[in-house]
Design a protein around this ligand. Structure first.
Ligand code: KG4
Ligand code: ZN
Length: 347
């Protein structure tokens, strides 16, 4: 059976970025627009959910217009609408879900609620040389740290996950302890570049026992104690010590993730590894995982930096694949703050 090609609008509003993109199943990505709320939340040191929802309301429709103009099409050319239905902040999700569903109804085209982590997981598919199934995926974002066996779209088996803080969350919290603005991940990476190797040795949590789960809260406490020990009477750290701590922390997270990835490849007998989610933008992590897959004679895949953190393109892509397979929403508006990746239907 020949499947009709589709042009799909994707809307991402699960947290603090409004992302809108248009994906064409024949030609690929036609437009990709992003508005980051970082400045709004930075003065509070983290995301304020109510401010996030309100700003998504302001930004989503103008971004849709901008994306249509950038793609050189009108809304009548759309064959479907995909929006992030979860997991995420409920108010923020509801904005994208309500706009997506209303647009679908108005245009009389099908809509589909996309799982945010499936979006991240499939983002490397937007690259020119995409991975083939099956593979192991390491999903590292602000809310999730998961190792997943992926046999196809919707065929996910969680091999391990964080029992407490997500990797990105640990980066953000350590960033805050080091006096860096939100979000801490990219800032910690930047500071770590001037850190000296071997000044501090931080633990690699849960690596000396079997299993593929993670825990980053103990490491965070270790960093807090180290900062306290090395601060002066006013609670200030020397700049070089800050950088050394940032480096040791980054190395500990990266080493921990790499050890578990190696185990996951051994456990599954697979040798393709996908790295996705905001933390996948981290260069030390990419380099270390290149070594890990190299030893397994495998390959590492990741998206270009703008598709590692939250964006509309990954939602348009994931939604398009599901719409092509004939899946779509019923009449209800779907927004699920918690949603298991394993519960998704297979294609
Ligand atoms: O995927 P994402 O944009 O949003 C969620 O779904 O959570 O991930 C955001 C997370 C934040 O915790 C941010 O600090 C982290 O990804 N992050 C990084 C880097 N860029 C973003 N962490 C470490 N190194 C980076 N370069
Ligand atoms: Zn995300």
């Amino acid at each position: 059976m020949r499947v009709k090609p589709l042009i799909v609008l994707g809307i991402e509003t699960s947290c603090d970025e409004t992302g809108v993109a248009i994906y064409d199943s024949r030609q690929g990505l036609l437009a990709d627009c992003l508005y980051s709320q970082v400045e709004i939340h930075a003065k509070y040191g983290g995301v304020i959910p109510e401010l996030a929802s309100r700003d998504h309301i302001r930004k989503t429709l103008p971004l849709i217009k901008q994306a249509l103009a950038a793609a050189g099409i009108t809304q009548s050319a759309l064959d479907g609408v995909a929006y992030t239905a979860g997991p995420g902040l409920i108010g923020a999700l509801l904005v994208g879900a309500a706009i997506g569903r209303a647009l679908g109804m108005g245009l009389n085209v099908p809509t589909i609620g996309v799982h945010h982590m499936e979006g991240h997981l499939l983002a490397p598919m937007l690259e020119p040389d995409p991975p083939a199934f099956p593979f192991v995926a390491l999903l590292v974002s602000g809310g999730h740290t998961q190792l997943v066996r992926v046999d196809g779209i919707g065929r996910y088996e969680i091999l391990g996950e964080s029992l407490d803080d997500a990797a990105g969350e640990a980066f953000d919290k350590v960033g805050k302890m080091l006096g860096l603005p939100y979000p801490g991940g990219p800032r910690v990476e930047e500071l770590a570049r001037s850190g000296r190797p071997g000044q501090f040795d931080f633990p690699r949590p849960m690596t000396n026992r079997p299993g593929l789960d993670f825990s980053f809260s103990g490491l965070k406490t270790f960093v807090r104690n180290t900062i306290a020990q090395h601060s002066d009477s006013e609670g200030a750290l020397q700049q070089q010590t800050r950088a050394d701590i940032a480096r040791a922390f980054e190395e500990a997270v990266v080493a921990t993730l790499a050890i578990k990835c190696r185990r996951a490849l051994q456990h599954t007998g697979l040798n393709s590894l996908i790295l996705a989610g905001g933390v996948s933008a981290n260069i030390r992590l990419r380099k270390e995982l290149e070594k890990t897959v190299g030893k397994a004679n495998g390959r590492l895949f990741y998206a270009q930096a703008r598709f590692c953190t939250d964006n509309g393109a990954m939602i348009a892509y994931a939604g398009c694949q599901r719409l092509l397979a004939g899946q779509h929403d019923d009449l209800s508006i779907q927004a699920r703050p918690r949603w298991s990746l394993e519960s998704l239907p297979a294609l």
